[in-house]
Design a protein around this ligand. Sequence first.
Ligand code: NAD
Ligand code: DAU
Length: 366
Amino acid sequence: MILVTGGAGFIGSNFVMQWCAQSDEPVVNLDALTYAGNLSNLKSLSGNLRHHFVHGNVCDGPLLHQLLADHQPRAIVHFAAESHVDRSITSPDAFIETNVVGTFRLLEAARNYWNSLLGPQKDAFRLLHVSTDEVYGTLDPTDPAFTEATPYRPNSPYSASKAASDHLVRSYYHTYGMPVLTTNCSNNYGPFHFPEKLIPLMIVNALAGKLLPVYGNGQQIRDWLYVEDHCAGICRVLEAGACGETYNIGGWNEKANIDIVRTVCHLLDEMAPASERKVINQSTGKVVKSYDELITHVADRPGHDLRYAIDAGKIERELGWKPVETFESGIRKTVAWYLSNQEWVTGVMDGSYRDWVAKQYEIGKK
Ligand code: NAD
Ligand code: DAU
């Protein structure tokens, strides 16, 4: 079996569902169920005996030791993290705790467990650390895309905490010879994406007639990858990646934020016309004709990275992975998913989430 951490979050839950659909190998899923963790993401697995959920914290060393001893996994896939850049700017503590200390505790427990294994079991063991392209910092418009050799220059508490965790993982390979792998992926989008992140926030706000807050001039560029492609890339690295190596994963899909927001608005105009739904602009009280009327520019994110771009050549050359979804097909599927899963959206919009949004965009008001 494999142990997954953070498997109730956005990417982790997509990964667990994909894994269970494609493999008979059981998954133990350790998740602390923070605001970003949601067991309803995994509703389709209820009754599936190959999925075993454990509510617990990745910083809890004794729990990790116990889980590894009890379940004897052949691999660990580590997703658990605080993942939202804006939250890391207002409250960095949890990022250091989970992303740095949590990864360290997991590495220590895994080292202890790996040392207890013998022969083929020891040789086969892998720990895959899921990381981000944000560790490389920011690019100018004409710079080449990030490769695995790009120096680390993190610019937010989030990316700094992920960079620290990547360095720890690397050190366990060089110092102890542990069979670790790291993936650095670009921006994901798709089903179960928490509506604090750009794409789901825009969909959810638009449908509610709320303003669509674009930071600064909206010309910042992100490189978008459909979440299922990311999960497939992780599986491929787990299966065939070389220990101690890092692999960039990306969709060759650079887009400016403002273009992403306009695309979402146009898809909603087509798939859920505001006039038919009688969507009222919550700021003006008028009926919305086209969702892009709701776009509003707000104060920029402090330290906002201008551009991310991933060169995913290594994983394609060495492991034969490349994305199957185009941005056009992926974003259409994503908008359709949110339209048919309004209940999920309502479920995650609890009181604490609403408080966060109110605080964040009050600060961001121009
Ligand atoms: P997410 O915030 O949606 O989910 C994180 C999950 O981790 C949640 O289920 C949460 O409950 C759990 N968690 C948080 N703290 C924990 C703790 N201390 N112990 C146990 N579980 C804990 O994040 P995501 O977007 O799914 O990202 C998953 C991983 O992928 C992260 O490591 C992130 O850095 C990385 N990543 C994300 C993206 C992206 O675009 N979302 C891109 C590249 C890499
Ligand atoms: O690059 C990978 C990273 O992508 C992951 O490591 C992070 O976990 C993930 O959250 C994501 O980080 P970003 O900061 O790029 O994602 P976010 O959706 O928060 O923002 C995307 C862009 O949109 C960014 O330039 C900021 C901008 N933005 C975001 C929000 C929430 C807005 O303009 N308005 C908004 O309201």
